[in-house]
Design a protein around this ligand. Structure first.
Ligand SMILES: [Zn+2]
Ligand SMILES: [Zn+2]
Length: 100
């Protein structure tokens, strides 16, 4: 069963990188969970939460937080890989500041 989970996990990531994400709930726009704005009828528009009386609901906040944690995890992995790479260098190692 673990294999199935894994496949689904990767499929999900693939979708996320291919489809444009909703700016508000951070889901692929096709799966957007944002409610309609009572004022303009639009969904997933950041301005509705600033200029119109729409408020973020719990589900949107959960999604946003999950997306943020996922992104931070990716960044963390990258930094760890980089650290490992640096620790594996046997000769003195320099890199331009602009590449960091
Ligand atoms: Zn949305
Ligand atoms: Zn609106």
């Amino acid at each position: 069963m673990a294999g199935v989970e894994e496949f689904r996990y990767f499929g999900c990531q693939l979708n996320q990188s291919e489809e444009p994400l909703c700016k508000v709930c951070l889901e692929p726009t096709a799966n957007c969970i944002c409610p309609e704005c009572p004022q303009c009828g639009d969904r997933g528009k950041a301005r509705c939460y600033k200029e119109h009386p729409l408020k973020l609901n719990a589900l949107q906040l959960i999604n946003r937080t999950e997306a943020k944690i996922f992104k931070m995890g990716e960044d963390l992995d990258l930094e760890r890989q980089y650290l490992q790479h640096l620790n594996e260098q046997t000769e003195s190692y320099c890199e331009d500041w602009s590449e960091i």
